[in-house]
Design a protein around this ligand. Structure first.
Ligand code: GDP
Ligand code: GDP
Length: 437
């Protein structure tokens, strides 16, 4: 089930990122320290009163615009299209500005809920701050907050969760493999989707997805059911082509949340960009199976070393994805396109794999004998017992004497042992040391 997306918009310096951190910071992160992945302040999962949502700081998005106002207007437009609710932040110390008014003009057009947060209110003497001016924005009651000190932010979140849409159930059979095709504009996402759908039996085309504006493509192949979950760039040719429309991040995140397998498209003529890293980093953090698909392979002049060179470069750039297989395809000529679904089946199966507990414990025992666990002068890590806590991604719980003694490098060593013995191609693996009580 997709989590609702909440976007924070507003001009620079009003306190958007402060508020962002305030909201996500109050949550205890379960998965931390993923080396190789840039922790991104753009989007983080958050929770309030049991409601989960994904928070997006549009201030962190780069629209390559020079003029502040049009830059923020684009943020607002994006938020209106992609988010389920919007927090519009203004600076109560600075007072109302023309930029605020411009943004409000855009936001008044949406039927999605907009909360107006008047930030930097440390003292609730409303007579002393230009609080009432903000009513002129026509977005209802301003909610005075101090992101810096966390004042009244709880009330803001109370209001927010009331306004979030109900989460709907997914309409697909339970064993459906969900595929997200992600990547920058123009890498060939829609071409690939069309090439895949063109070959397979499409059961119901374009049935409305689980959210208002998502369009999924379900299909069947060899009796198995699949759905390509919506990402930006697909089937939007006839819509107004706003610059922000092409901006794929938010929609891509939502698609990733809902998928089992992410097809990360890279452009053979351009290599790996920062944006690519971010998006696929998110899929990695979310524990999704990932296939790196290098598209437009037909445009590359090749000799017998070309693919190896590419492979080496991709592995360097995306070192945290060493488990992800690569495919070199052309969506245009359909070269190796049939391989894509074969690979999807394969990695989906790997991600769902369970190791019998006895085998797992044998493996851990042998691994710890071959390379003893780390420790300091006083204590050594002892692994008593291991169990597989879950699949998709495969998650292993190690019961140990002192979880703090587990080093990342040893965890990596155990991960490699697991992979050598059981494969797990295409899927991240999680290892959690737990103190044995
Ligand atoms: P953004 O550009 O909208 O993301 O704004 P930031 O979160 O970076 O904040 C801009 C400046 O405002 C920083 O110097 C913050 O310390 C300050 N600031 C943010 N929130 C508050 C607040 O609640 N009260 C006060 N007094 N300052 C704040
Ligand atoms: P999207 O924005 O990621 O959905 O990309 P599109 O599927 O719209 O493709 C962008 C452009 O790249 C179009 O002009 C496609 O015809 C072209 N294109 C897509 N895949 C290939 C490919 O494998 N080879 C070549 N030469 N062009 C491609």
């Amino acid at each position: 089930m997709p989590k609702p997306i909440v976007a924070i918009v507003g001009r620079p310096n009003v306190g958007k990122s402060m508020l962002f951190n305030r909201i996500v910071g109050s949550r205890i992160a379960i998965v931390e320290d993923m080396p190789g992945v840039t922790r991104d302040r753009l989007y983080q999962d958050a929770e309030w009163q049991g409601r989960e949502f994904t928070l997006v700081d549009t201030g962190g998005l780069d629209f390559a615009e020079d003029v502040i106002t049009s830059q923020i207007r684009k943020q607002a437009e994006l938020a209106m299209r992609e988010a389920d609710a919007i927090i519009f932040v203004v600076d109560a110390r600075a007072g109302l500005t023309t930029t605020d008014e411009e943004v409000a003009k855009v936001l008044r057009l949406t039927d999605k809920p907009v909360l107006l947060a008047a930030n930097k209110v440390e003292q609730f003497d409303l007579a002393k701050i230009p609080y009432y001016d903000f009513y002129r924005l026509g977005l209802g009651d301003p909610i005075p907050i101090s992101a810096a000190e966390g004042l009244n932010t709880g009330d803001l979140l109370d209001e927010l969760v009331k306004l979030l849409p109900e989460q709907e159930e997914d309409p697909y059979p339970p064993d459906t493999i969900r595929i997200a095709v992600i990547g920058r504009p123009n890498v060939g996402k829609s071409s690939l989707v069309n090439a895949i759908l063109g070959e397979e039996r499409v059961i119901v085309s374009n049935i409305p997805g689980t959210t208002r504006d998502a369009i999924d493509s379900p299909f069947e192949r060899n009796g198995k059911s699949y759905v390509i979950v919506d990402t930006a760039g697909m089937r939007r040719r006839n819509r107004i082509d706003l610059p922000a429309e092409r901006y794929s991040v938010v929609r891509a995140l939502r698609a990733i949340d809902r998928c089992d397998v992410a097809l990360m498209l890279l452009d053979a003529t351009e290599g790996v960009t920062e944006q690519d890293k971010r998006i696929v980093g998110y899929a990695h953090e979310k524990g999704k199976a990932i296939i790196l698909v290098v598209n437009k392979w037909d445009l590359i002049e090749k000799d017998d070393k070309t693919m190896n060179k590419f492979e080496k470069k991709i592995r360097e750039e995306l070192s945290f994805l060493s488990y992800a297989p690569t495919l070199y395809i052309s969506a245009l000529t359909k070269q190796r396109v049939p391989k894509v679904l074969e690979m999807v089946d394969f990695v989906a199966e790997q991600a769902g794999r369970r190791i019998p507990t006895a085998d797992l414990n044998n493996l851990i025992r042998e691994a710890t004998q071959a390379t003893p666990p780390p420790g300091d002068k006083h204590k050594k890590l002892k692994i008593f017992y291991a169990t597989q806590g879950g699949v998709k991604p495969p998650t292993f719980i190690l019961f140990v004497n002192e979880p703090e003694l587990m080093h990342f490098s040893y965890e990596r060593y155990l991960e490699n042992q697991l992979r050598e013995n059981y494969g797990f191609e295409g899927t991240p693996i999680r290892i959690f040391p737990r103190k044995r009580e």
